[in-house]
Design a binder for this molecule. Structure first.
Ligand code: GLN
Length: 493
């Protein structure tokens, strides 16, 4: 049973509210990936160019990108809490969208200060919007509704439609004309999403209007205390790193990276401590199983999320993008390849799992396969990268197409399955927290990926070998530990 009233029109057989959420998330992702397609290219563009960037080193740019993306996927931890305990999902999505649009428009102003402020605003706004809009989709269906998974698949299509179109539009405007025009176009996209949200409000029928479990006065105060500790801690770290000789941008990047790596350790320690004392052995086993999935996902996203940094620079600096003698595609356009593949292959994978039914591989198998595949996607780049270093031969764009094809298959093996396993492994009452932890795996992965890519920026072959090798190695470890992981997961397939 869904929340559908009989007289209401449907959206591909789903509640009309899904159409509102579909388009809002489509535009939000449009703004996110539109800006992301430009980010690293802008950071490294020389000042002497007619369309100047910030002229940073590749390594610094990769670390900034990794930490920025890490922050984007860390903030859902707070965004989920704010929605569940303070303002409700619907308002959290609204405010998130407003802050995101504001961030993009700040970046449209040609000044360095507004550029950095804009990045921070986008990270904060995404924390409010991204987890909570998925939460709203979940709330459109009752517990046992068999349309739920199909609803999420449709929603994932919206994500990828936005991700596909954005680099084409924002990338073209930003690279061919003016970076800030591209950033502004991303802001226009998010604004269109907000308009859609306002128009579609009635269709939501009050979904997410109230916080599920309003916070007590004490909890509200403790939020303030945590925010103050994090703020003071970060400022102290930045100060310390600056004293140790790091440039301001690097000091901030490193301090945030340290925060991102400390948070999950602290979180899991707390959760393990509380389940150790619990009388329920299944809950304990499931948390341990989830830690395996968390680690696998972190290593996977470590490679995968470098598409906006390492692969973007590979497209710009090493790939032959000439279509005819007079026309080359902008490097940012290559960012559209992966979402396009997702749109093509997502239905294929769904059909395969459906056909296999109970014989479909277990989560552990899919994770191990995804890790090996994503690892190979980086290892194959050693070939064109070495050729470029040897004699300057530019790589054909088919290398990137092959990389993104492999990464698409990896994503489809790991991401939907990981999300659904997370919802089933979460102890009762901790669903929101575990979903935020699922995003935290991306945060940790992309931060570590940024640091590795930065440290090996002068030796791209080593960079591909190291990141790709790590992913394959962890895939092998998961294969060796498969029996144990399966036992820990129990009846969660
Ligand atoms: N491409 C998906 C999205 O943008 C998943 C990204 C992720 O979890 N790292 O929502």
């Amino acid at each position: 049973m869904s929340t559908l009233t009989p007289a209401e029109k449907t959206f591909f057989g789903h509640p009309r509210a899904l159409s509102t959420l579909f388009f809002v998330e489509m535009w939000e992702r449009f703004s996110y990936y539109g800006m992301r397609a430009l980010l690293v290219l802008y950071l490294v563009q020389p000042l002497t160019d007619p369309n100047p960037g910030l002229a940073l080193d590749d390594g610094v740019a990769k670390a900034i990108y990794g930490t920025y993306s890490g922050l984007v996927y860390l903030t859902p931890l707070a965004g989920g809490w704010i929605a569940d305990r303070l303002i409700g999902l619907r308002r959290a999505v609204l405010w998130g969208g407003i802050v995101i649009a504001g961030g993009h428009f700040l970046m449209a102003v040609p000044s360095e200060a507004t550029f950095w402020l804009g990045l921070v605003a986008i990270a904060l706004g995404t924390g409010l919007l991204k987890p909570n809009i998925s939460g709203m989709v979940g709330k459109l269906y009752t517990e046992g509704d068999d349309k739920r998974d199909a609803g999420f698949s449709l929603f994932y299509m919206g994500i990828n439609l936005g991700s596909f179109a954005a680099p084409l539009v924002c990338g073209w405007l930003g690279q061919q004309y003016d970076w800030h025009l591209g950033f502004g176009a991303a802001g226009v996209g998010m604004t269109l999403g907000l308009v859609q949200y306002a128009i579609g409000r009635r269709r939501l029928h009050g979904v997410g209007d109230q916080p599920d479990l309003p916070a007590t006065g004490r909890e509200r105060r403790s939020l303030g205390v945590v925010a103050a500790i994090v703020g003071v801690g970060l400022a102290a770290l930045v100060g310390l790193l600056s004293l140790l000789g790091q440039a301001p941008v690097t000091a901030v990047t490193s301090a945030v990276a340290i925060l991102i790596l400390v948070v999950p350790v602290w979180y899991f320690w707390r959760i393990l401590r509380s389940t150790r004392d619990s009388a329920d052995p299944t809950a304990r086993r499931r948390v341990t199983a989830f830690i395996w999935l968390f680690l696998g996902a972190a290593v996977f996203w470590m490679v995968f999320e470098q598409s906006g940094s390492t692969l973007s620079l590979f497209a710009e600096q090493v790939t032959n993008l000439a279509v005819t003698s007079g026309f080359s595609i902008p490097a940012s356009w290559t960012q559209s390849i992966e979402p396009l593949f997702i749109i093509v292959f997502a239905p294929v994978f769904s059909a395969i799992w459906l056909r296999w039914g109970d014989r479909a591989p277990r989560t552990s198998v899919k994770f191990a396969a995804a890790l090996v595949i994503v690892g190979i996607s980086f290892l194959i780049l050693i070939v064109p990268m070495s050729a470029y270093q040897d004699d300057g031969t530019r790589a054909t764009v088919w290398w990137l197409v092959a990389v993104y094809l492999l990464q698409t298959w990896g994503e489809l093996l790991l991401s939907p399955n990981g999300l659904s396993a997370t919802t089933r492994l979460a102890p009762t009452g901790s669903l929101g927290q575990f979903l935020a932890l699922w995003f935290l795996a991306t945060s940790v992965g992309t931060t570590i990926g940024g640091q590795i890519a930065s440290a090996t920026a002068d030796d791209p072959v080593l960079s591909f070998a190291l990141c790709g090798g790590l992913a394959v190695a962890f895939g092998v470890v998961m294969t060796l530990a498969m029996r144990r992981i399966n036992a820990l997961m129990g009846d969660v397939h």
